[in-house]
Design a protein around this ligand. Structure first.
Ligand code: SAM
Length: 293
């Protein structure tokens, strides 16, 4: 019998993966957590029916959220991860021994436990003596932080359910305050292709632009995410993502990345015309637009 897992990218578009086994399915206090194994994509983590990562392509997302800011900021010592329960960001941060402390704020402890049990390729990031895990809401945690971090990585779910608060003006304003004077925030920034994703992206961008001196958007090709065209936000108080890129220094680290390199770094910020137009029009996005219309 054929088993398939389908994710609806819109009401009329879905992506299906053949699965050979469902390894886990549980309802936590926050969301439905499923893990599948599949012949093509390896293990798949889904939250509330949305793919968070697949074994085959998660390296793209995690490398792009970590190496882009780390190739720009010359002395990151303290890092805050909001979300990131699967551990993939932690794994990539291990490439930077100069980092002294990492706070990971994940609202759902069950995601951490499930990842440690079924996703060793990302959860390997948890064996890190410099790490402190906080099982709490990132929106609340950030309210008590000031001038504390060099880098904030927002590796959240989408802007509904538990992740909704992580796309608000309040949250971005508090991230700005939590960062040091030369701090950088990067975030998963949704996608430009389907209407609801594009509106969510525009809303997030509008709020980040209002909170940070420098705000740019970059992109990557992530096959298992809606449309495959995924965006990330780069917000900073001091550094420009391209003119302050330390390409020579990054290359001298000898990091064996599989997606990121310093040429791709520059190219990732060269956005298609329609995406530039969506970003330039953020002022016209009606805050009351119903995403589910
Ligand atoms: N790569 C995925 C993506 O782009 O959608 C995100 C992966 S990670 C699993 C997302 C994590 O954010 C989840 O573990 C979820 O529990 C966590 N999360 C959602 N809302 C949160 C909140 N308000 N505070 C902290 N963590 C949150």
């Amino acid at each position: 019998m054929d088993l398939w897992f389908s994710e609806y990218h819109t009401q009329d578009v879905r992506l299906s993966f053949r699965v050979d086994q469902q390894l886990c399915s549980l309802q936590s206090d926050f969301q439905r957590i499923d893990v599948f194994s599949s012949p093509e994509l390896g293990r798949i983590l889904a939250l509330d029916g949305f793919v968070m990562l697949t074994e085959k392509d998660e390296f793209i997302y995690h490398e792009m959220l970590v190496h882009i800011p780390m190739a720009v900021h010359p002395h990151v010592r303290d890092v805050l991860i909001i979300g990131g329960g699967d551990g993939g960001i932690l794994r990539e941060l291990k490439c930077y021994p100069e980092i002294e402390h990492i706070d990971l704020v994940e609202i759902d402890e069950e995601v951490i436990e499930v990842s440690k049990k079924y996703l060793p390729f990302t959860a390997c990031g948890y064996d890190n003596p410099r790490l402190k895990v906080h099982a709490e809401d990132g929106l609340k945690y950030i309210r008590h932080c000031e001038n504390a971090y060099d880098l904030i990585i927002v590796d959240s779910t989408d802007p509904f359910g538990p992740g909704e608060g992580l796309f608000t003006r309040e949250f971005y304003g508090n991230c700005d305050r939590a960062l040091r004077d030369d701090g950088i925030m990067v975030n998963q920034h949704e996608s430009p292709f389907y209407k609801n994703d594009a509106i969510a992206m525009q809303r997030a961008h509008k709020r980040i632009v209002e909170s940070f001196k420098i705000s740019r958007v970059y992109q990557a090709h992530i096959p298992t995410y809606p449309s495959g065209h995924w965006l990330f936000g780069f917000a900073s108080k001091k550094y420009h993502p391209i003119s302050d890129l330390g390409a020579k220094e990054w290359k001298s680290r000898g990091i064996q990345a599989r997606y990121y390199n310093t040429n791709l770094h520059r190219g990732a910020f060269a956005l298609p015309v329609y995406v530039q137009e969506l970003l330039e029009n953020v002022e016209n996005v009606d805050e009351t637009t119903d995403l589910n219309a």
